[in-house]
Design a protein around this ligand. Structure first.
Ligand SMILES: [Mn+2]
Length: 385
C-alpha cells in the first residue's frame, strides 16, 4: 500500500510542471472483497480515492478534462466474472445518452477473460465490439493481447500483468500500452503501442542427472545456486534423473535454498527417482524384500544387521502363520479322509442327540472351527455312525 501511494503521488505531482496525470482504476478479482467492503464502508481502492490518488470506477464513468475541456470518457466495470456480458449490457443501456457522444473517445476498463485468450472465458470480442466504446482495456489475462497490433479494426487490448506471476509467463514481455486517439472521418481511430520494460530476472534451470548419487545431486545443485545467485533473481531448478541403488538419502532442499544470498526466491523441484531392486525372474518375494530393505533404505552400517535380523524374524513369523493355516487345512482334509487316524477324546454328550448334517455343510462348519472343537464334531459324527 505504501509503495502504491509513493508511485501514485509521483504521477499526481510530476515535479517538472506539477501537472496531474489522472489514474482511473477498476478492481480485479484479487483486489476487493465485496462483503468486507460493505462491512468496513469501503475497500483498499476507496482508500486510495479518498487520498485523491486515483479515480475508482465501479460500474460508472467519468469525463476526463484537460484545461477545462473534456478529452475522454472513461468507464469501468467491477469484476463480474461470468456475469460480465449481462452487466456490461445493462451498463451500456443505463448510460445510453452519455455513451452516444462522439466528440471525445470513449474508453472502457474491464477485468474479464476474453474469448481467444483462455479456454474458460467470460466474454466474447463480439459482445465488446457491439458496445459504443472506441477502446477497451481488458485485464485479468496475464499476457499481452493481441500478440501484435496489426489489426486496425480491433479495439480490445490487454497489456498483461505488470510482473511475471508464474514461471509459465517468464518468456512473455511485461509492459504497458500507450494509445493515441485521433478523430478520422467522424470516427475515433485508435493507435496503440506496446512499451515493454525490464522486470526482475528469472531463470529456469533444468538439470537431468541421468543415473546419479545423492552426493552428486547436492554438489551440482549447490554449484547451480551459487553460480546463479544474482541480486533479486527468481530462480527455479528442476532436477530429474535416477539415484543409484543404495543411494537413497534425504536431500535437504531447504538447506540448499539457503545457499542463495542475493536471489529473491529459489525453488527446487525434485523429480529424482531411485532404482529399487534389480529385476530378475528367479528372485523370491522374500529375497526381493530383503534387497529393498538393505539397498533402498539407507540404514547405517552398524544398525543394518540388527534391523535386517528384526525384519527376518518378522518374515519368519509371517511365514509361520502361513504354515499354521496350511497345516490346519491339510489336517482337516486328512482327518476327514481318515477319521480313525486320530484318537478321539471322550465326550459327555449322548451320540443319539446330535443332529446328523449333510456332509458338505458339515465340512464347511468344520473349517470355521478351532482344532479342538473340530475334533469334538468328529466325535459326535463318529457316534452317529
Ligand atoms: Mn484477475
Amino acid at each position: 500500500m505504501r509503495q502504491a501511494i509513493t508511485i501514485l503521488k509521483k504521477l499526481k505531482n510530476l515535479e517538472e510542471n506539477h501537472r496531474e496525470i489522472p489514474i482511473y482504476v477498476i478492481s480485479g478479482n484479487h483486489d476487493v472483497s465485496y462483503s468486507a467492503s460493505k462491512r468496513y464502508g469501503g475497500d483498499i481502492l476507496d482508500f486510495l480515492q479518498d487520498l485523491e490518488l486515483i479515480h475508482y470506477l465501479k460500474d460508472s464513468y467519468e469525463i476526463v478534462e484537460k484545461d477545462g475541456q473534456p478529452i475522454a470518457l472513461v468507464a469501468g466495470l467491477r469484476f463480474w466474472g461470468k456475469k460480465t456480458p449481462e452487466r456490461l449490457e445493462a451498463f451500456c443501456s443505463e448510460n445510453k445518452n452519455a455513451l452516444a457522444r462522439d466528440d471525445i473517445p470513449k474508453i472502457l476498463l474491464l477485468h474479464a477473460f476474453l474469448e481467444g485468450t483462455v479456454a474458460n472465458y467470460d466474454i466474447t470480442p463480439y459482445a465488446l465490439n457491439i458496445t459504443p466504446f472506441d477502446y477497451i482495456a481488458i485485464g485479468h489475462y496475464h499476457m499481452k493481447w493481441p500478440t501484435n497490433f496489426t489489426d486496425q479494426a480491433n479495439k480490445i487490448f490487454s497489456s498483461g500483468a505488470t510482473e511475471h506471476r508464474t514461471s509459465a509467463e517468464w518468456n512473455h514481455p511485461r509492459g504497458f500500452i500507450t494509445v493515441k486517439a485521433e478523430k478520422n472521418g467522424g470516427k475515433w481511430a485508435i493507435n496503440p503501442t506496446f512499451i515493454s520494460y525490464e522486470v526482475r530476472e528469472k531463470k529456469l534451470i533444468t538439470k537431468d542427472f541421468d543415473l546419479t548419487t545423492a552426493n552428486e545431486v547436492i554438489r551440482v545443485t549447490r554449484e547451480l545456486i551459487k553460480n546463479n545467485d544474482k541480486k533479486e533473481i527468481l530462480l527455479k531448478l528442476y532436477l530429474t534423473g535416477t539415484l543409484k541403488r543404495g543411494e537413497y538419502s534425504f536431500i535437504n532442499l531447504q538447506e540448499l535454498k539457503k545457499l542463495a544470498k542475493h536471489a529473491l526466491y529459489v525453488d527446487i523441484i525434485n523429480h529424482l527417482t531411485f532404482t529399487t531392486i534389480k529385476l530378475t525372474e528367479t528372485i523370491s518375494d522374500r529375497d526381493a524384500y530383503l534387497e529393498v530393505l538393505k539397498n533402498t533404505f539407507n540404514i547405517k552400517e552398524q544398525y543394518r544387521d540388527s534391523y535386517l535380523a528384526l525384519i527376518e524374524n518378522i518374515i519368519r513369523i509371517a511365514e509361520d502363520r502361513d504354515f499354521t493355516q496350511l497345516a490346519t487345512k491339510l489336517l482337516d482334509d486328512f482327518v476327514e479322509k481318515n477319521p480313525d487316524a486320530i484318537k478321539m477324546p471322550e465326550m459327555g454328550v449322548e451320540p443319539q442327540k446330535a443332529k446328523p448334517k449333510p456332509s458338505t455343510k458339515r465340512a464347511k462348519a468344520v473349517k470355521k472351527r478351532r482344532p479342538s472343537k473340530k475334533l469334538d464334531s468328529f466325535t459326535s459324527k463318529g457316534g452317529n455312525k
